[in-house]
Write a protein that binds this ligand. Structure first.
Ligand SMILES: C[S@@+](CC[C@H](N)C(=O)[O-])C[C@H]1O[C@@H](n2cnc3c(N)ncnc32)[C@H](O)[C@@H]1O
Length: 293
């Protein structure tokens, strides 16, 4: 079946918002592509973001009234009337392959790389996590995952225990183990996430140091030196009584999945038990970190 593709050139900072607008207007998938086709995005030290010049490519069903979609997109504050775009009809292809071709190794912080498991590592001396997200969330391309990865890279994790609450692909737990943590626990409500985390742990040779649980299987009185939870603001607030007691006294906490506009609400739910750091932001998302009293 043929498809209609719209390609919009933008900055890396605006790419996620434009992707959301395409999905809201009926795109069945959206991919990001470096406009200049660099095989590997090389961020400046300490910087983690999409390419400066990014093509956002939305794929629509062949029956879609594209002129109507374009009229709606022209109302978007980041696009405007007559925004620059290219529409073309394309033949069906192997979309899984297409997605894999567009997922490149990415660097977070100073030493951590997330590498698609089907690619070569750019730097064998770095801390490399080989990842295939399968059906789970967590490739590193989302700002919330990226905020958590760069925070983990900045921690001294040597010999520490880490809980990854909402582990998805296992990306944060596995990164923590590769960065020196002795033991990690991943928890997720989605059995496919547990499976993806297990596969990725094996791929990275850390499965003997990663325990995975659905919430109902989770042992009582779990505690760790470091806890990361990249879920959404609502569940983070709701689960604050449970998540707050996971870090041991003096232990560290990082929360994400939170829009910057929701930061105050989430901070309020954790402020009693934690000395909170300044909130870190990336695009419209943020990360809250702190140390347990
Ligand atoms: C945004 S993804 C984060 C995945 C990965 N940790 C990352 O940083 O990319 C959130 C994950 O949390 C899981 N999740 C959502 N609510 C949860 C809950 N109440 N308890 C445990 N996991 C939850 C979802 O199934 C999903 O895999």
């Amino acid at each position: 079946m043929p498809w209609i593709q719209i390609k919009i050139n933008t900055s890396g900072a605006n790419a996620e918002a434009i992707s959301d607008a395409l999905i809201e207007n009926g795109a069945v998938s959206v991919t990001f592509q470096d406009t200049h086709d660099n095989p590997v995005y090389e961020p400046l030290p300490g910087e983690t973001r999409l390419w400066g010049d990014t093509d956002v490519i939305g794929l629509f069903d062949a029956e879609t009234e594209m002129q109507q979609v374009i009229r709606v997109l022209e109302q978007h504050p980041l696009l405007g009337t007559g925004f620059h775009h290219k529409v073309e009809q394309i033949e069906d292809k192997d979309w899984e392959r297409e997605w894999m071709d567009n997922f490149h190794p990415m660097c977070f912080g100073k030493r951590l790389w997330i590498c698609p498991s089907w690619r070569d590592v750019p730097d064998p001396e770095a801390v490399n996590v080989m990842l295939d997200p399968g059906l789970a969330f967590g490739t590193g391309t989302h700002p919330t995952t990226s905020l958590c990865l760069s925070w983990l890279d900045g921690q001294d994790l040597n010999g520490k225990t880490v809980i990854d609450f909402g582990c998805g692909s296992g990306i944060l737990a596995i990164a923590a183990l590769k960065l020196g943590a002795a033991h990690a626990i991943g928890i997720d409500i989605d059995p496919q996430a547990i499976q993806a985390s297990r596969d990725n742990a094996e791929r990275n040779g850390v499965s003997d140091r990663l325990d995975l649980y659905l919430p109902e299987q989770q042992p009582e009185n779990l505690s760790a030196d470091v806890v990361v939870a990249n879920i959404l603001a609502g569940p983070l607030r709701e689960l604050a009584p449970l998540i707050s007691v996971l870090p041991a006294s003096g232990g560290k906490l990082a929360l994400s999945g939170i829009l910057a506009s929701q930061a105050d609400d989430v901070c309020e739910a954790y402020a009693q038990k934690f000395a909170l750091d300044p909130v870190a932001e990336k695009e419209e998302w943020c990360r809250i970190t702190g140390q347990r009293n």
